[in-house]
Structure formats: C-alpha cells, structure tokens
Design a protein around this ligand. Structure first.
Ligand SMILES: C[S@@+](CC[C@H](N)C(=O)[O-])C[C@H]1O[C@@H](n2cnc3c(N)ncnc32)[C@H](O)[C@@H]1O
Length: 229
C-alpha cells in the first residue's frame, strides 16, 4: 500500500499505537496503510454510504487485513462512542462538513484523543472550531500534490480556548519559513482573501465585508511575519 502525498501527510499525524477511526474512508487506503506499516494495531474504516464501504471491504480483503480493520456505516461520528478509538481522521471532505461532524460529537472533548483533519476547502472553519472549543493545534503540515496544496492538522483537547485574532483561523500555526509548501499554501490562502476583498471593494467601496477582509489581510501579514497572536 502506497499513499499519495496528501494522505501521507495525514498518516504522519496519527500517533504510533493508536486505534484509528477513519471517517469518510472511501477505499480505506489510509487505515490499510497505517495497519500494514505497524503504526496502528487496529482500525475502523467508516463511511456514510455503502458504495465506498464496499471499496473499503475490497481493499481490506486484498491486503488480508480483515481481522484488524472493520468497516462501519456511519454519518460522521454518529455511530461511534468514546471507547471505539484513540485517533480519528476526517480527510478529503470540505471544512464546513468536517466542522459540522465534529460539533455533533461533543465527547471528542477528551485530552486522550487526537483529531486529524484534512479539509479540501475552508480549512479556516476547522481551525476556528478547534480554537473556539478548547482544542490546541499540535501540528499542521502543508503538502503540494500536482497543482494543489493541502493542509493536514492534528488537534488535542486542552479545555482552553485560544483567543482569535482576525486572521488566526486562516493561518493557524503555519509560518512561511516552515517549508516551501507551507509558504505556497499561505501565499494561495492570502491571494484568495485578497482577490475577494478587491472584488468587493471594486463593487462597493463601503462594503463591510471588504473592510473586514482588509483587517484580516493586515493580521495575516503580521502573523506570517512571525509575530505571536
Ligand atoms: C473524497 S472521499 C475522501 C476519501 C479519503 N478519506 C481521502 O481522504 O482520500 C470523501 C468520502 O467521505 C464520505 N462522506 C461524505 N459525507 C460523510 C459523512 N457525513 N459521514 C461519513 N462519510 C462521509 C463520502 O462518502 C466519501 O467516501
């Protein structure tokens, strides 16, 4: 089992020895890789739909991992409880959906668990959820694969909320000097904010959202220059 760069980044955030739940698993490549590599002793591969779970079952069978990886039909974490896993992955879905699924599982506020998220869009929404709900971002990794840049993040519950500054959800713990790929991700993120701000202010110089984006961009520059929030 070989993972692409995006899923490799996600896999590197799973703690050795952790029992894993992979929510929205589709082909179950991630749990199959992590169990085969000896990182996870056991895993549950979960999906909302039967089709992806059939894909998961065939991967698991072809790797001979049927005794250590089970599949589960579940809408997010709705069919899970606190004793099912140590680390949970939600990868390859939108950030707004990931946030909604996390909100529905308040029992994840448990310092022994690690949540690993890899949103395809709106990563700021996931960071904002973590910061506002007492989770600390313990590590973030950016990787480029083809023309796209992805960000994977690991969070653990501390019970302490992080005060938000305007750009913190967009920047998180990322700093351009961490890697060339992190710099690329931040550049892309800033460009998206700036393009939206410029379009709003061109249409209406008094746009409240446009002015808010100007504040966000100034804070973005402050954070990425190395200032602490
Ligand atoms: C693009 S695939 C991602 C597969 C894999 N996690 C990855 O990162 O490559 C998204 C998967 O999430 C599943 N999904 C979407 N909404 C879900 C939900 N509410 N609960 C569980 N799985 C969901 C879809 O059925 C699909 O299999």
């Amino acid at each position: 089992m070989k993972l692409d760069r995006r899923l490799s980044a996600v896999a590197s955030l799973v703690r050795p020895g952790a029992v894993l739940a992979d929510i929205g698993t589709d082909h179950a490549y991630l749990p199959a890789y992590l169990v085969q590599a000896g990182v996870c002793p056991r895993a549950i591969a979960a999906d909302l739909r039967k089709g992806p779970l059939q894909n998961a079952d065939s991967t698991i069978a072809s790797c001979g991992l049927g005794d250590v990886i089970t599949t589960r039909l579940s809408d997010g974490l709705d069919s899970f409880g606190p004793n099912d896993f140590d680390d949970v992955v939600l990868a390859g879905m939108g950030g707004l959906l990931i946030t909604e699924l996390l909100m529905r599982a308040p029992w994840l506020r448990n310092g022994a668990k690690r949540i690993i998220a890899q949103p395809m869009r709106h990563p700021w929404a996931v960071r904002q959820f973590f910061y506002e709900n007492g989770f600390a971002l313990v590590r973030e990794i950016c990787v480029a694969d083809g023309s796209r840049c992805y960000c994977a993040m690991a969070a653990e519950y501390t019970g302490r909320q992080t005060p938000l500054t305007p750009a913190l959800p967009y920047v998180g713990t990322l700093r351009p000097q961490q890697s060339e790929e992190t710099a690329r991700f931040l550049f892309w993120q800033r460009k998206q904010l700036q393009t939206r701000r410029d379009a709003l202010l061109a249409a209406d110089p008094d746009s409240a959202e446009g002015r808010e984006l100007t504040t966000i961009l100034a804070d973005f520059d402050r954070l990425t220059k190395g200032d602490t929030p």
